[in-house]
Design a protein. Structure first.
Length: 155
């Protein structure tokens, strides 16, 4: 199920992030919240509910470690992946290496991407927003405009 909302949050001095209650209510954990966090694309961190991560891992496990490109992807995909749980104050601890990778200092923006949550520094997030296509309609047409059976015939 996709997540909704956009959240501006602050880290405490130990690098802990309190997840917004509106976001927690959208999750499957129902009292026990385990997550995996790792380096995402475009200099952000990705936060997955553990059940979602497990589904992705099943797909990724199909890759061949004897194929160089697939091995490289596996290495980068799993690098720095960390299991975290919500504490009693609904916080997760982000490592210094993760924060440095994403350029996150004291503030973080949480932006859902379907069934996962991207964690952005405000600077990187604002850059991303500034780079949005001028014509989102054209992008939507290119990505979603053809029914899937037509895409298969063209490829």
């Amino acid at each position: 199920m996709p997540f909704f909302g956009e959240y501006e949050c602050k880290l405490d001095s130990k690098g802990r992030l309190r997840l917004p209650s509106q976001l927690i209510r959208q999750m499957e954990g129902k009292g026990s919240y385990d997550f995996v966090i790792h380096r995402g694309f475009e200099k952000c961190l990705m936060l997955y509910e553990k059940v979602t991560w497990d589904k992705i891992v099943k797909q990724v496990e199909q890759l061949n470690v004897y194929n160089r490109k697939e091995r490289e992807f596996l290495r980068y995909f799993f690098r720095g992946a960390t299991l975290v749980s919500l504490d009693s104050a609904d916080r997760i601890l982000l490592s210094k290496r993760q924060l440095e990778f994403a350029g996150i200092a004291k503030e973080v923006i949480l932006s859902p991407l379907n069934d996962r949550i991207e964690l952005w520094s405000p600077e990187n997030y604002n850059k991303l927003l500034a780079e949005e296509p001028a014509d989102l309609s054209a992008l939507a047409e290119e990505v979603l405009g053809k029914p899937s059976f037509e895409k298969d015939e063209d490829e």
